[in-house]
Design a protein around this ligand. Structure first.
Ligand SMILES: C[S@@+](CC[C@H](N)C(=O)[O-])C[C@H]1O[C@@H](n2cnc3c(N)ncnc32)[C@H](O)[C@@H]1O
Length: 215
């Protein structure tokens, strides 16, 4: 998978998440799955919290031979502009929406691939609701799950039957707890990539819908 060119100004770096180990680990996980992602013949892919746009742009570049629509969401208008620019610099087309999580998404079973590298750091709740945009890049509240958990119940409603959801977490978020939450939503998950860096244990979790068996 080619790494996209990303250009962030010094000013943007005050609020937009600079591609980091977690971004690259998610891209590694997608690269490892690329054959099956091609085989899936995806039609629409979504990234929640696209930041600089590096991950969804990498995916768009890798899936260029298919006719795929890409949508990126970020709460931060600076990140939305950066994502759009990253897509254009790398000659792919990504539709960018400034939005809180999935607030305005009402499309049933549409997305074939959904990506989310959320703010996952364990913090006080007041940091989650702090208006400063830079806090949105990392503040995850209690267990670091207070932002990501808001989308969990919506994922099975917007994911296509054969779709995949990729989520970046750290050990403190308790991946086993997240698996059990998704199990109740009829989705199964597994760790597909992990890396320990500077006191942080990162995981990429991949979820799919559990197929109903006819009795
Ligand atoms: C850890 S960064 C990941 C950025 C990028 N996807 C990457 O991997 O480099 C988290 C991103 O989520 C966005 N974000 C945080 N809270 C959000 C919310 N409520 N709705 C939409 N985006 C949000 C942040 O602005 C930030 O761009």
């Amino acid at each position: 998978m080619e790494t996209p060119i990303v250009k962030l100004s010094d000013e943007e770096l005050n609020t937009v998440y600079e591609p980091s180990e977690d971004s690259y680990l998610l891209m590694d996980a997608l690269e490892a799955d690329l054959e099956s992602l091609h085989a899936m013949k995806p039609r629409i892919c979504l990234e929640i919290g696209s930041g600089s746009g590096i991950v969804i742009t990498a995916l768009a570049m890798a899936l260029k031979r298919h006719n795929v629509q890409f949508i990126a969401i970020d709460i931060n208008p600076d990140a939305c502009r950066a994502t759009r620019r990253t897509s254009l610099i790398n000659s792919v087309d990504i539709n960018v929406l400034q939005m809180n999580l999935l607030d305005c998404i009402r499309i049933k079973y549409t997305f074939d691939i959904i990506l989310f590298n959320p703010p996952y750091v364990v913090t006080e709740y007041n940091e989650v609701i702090d208006d400063r945009l830079v806090f949105k890049t990392w503040a995850g509240g209690k267990n670091g799950r207070q932002v990501m958990e808001q989308v969990f119940a919506i994922i099975p409603k917007i994911l296509s039957d054969a779709g995949l959801f990729y989520l970046v977490v750290i050990k403190e978020n308790d991946p086993e707890y997240i698996f059990s939450t998704f199990k109740k939503l009829n989705m199964s998950g597994e760790i597909v990539h992990e890396r320990k860096i500077r006191g942080e244990h990162l995981y990429i979790l991949r979820f799919c819908k559990v197929k109903e068996t006819k009795s």
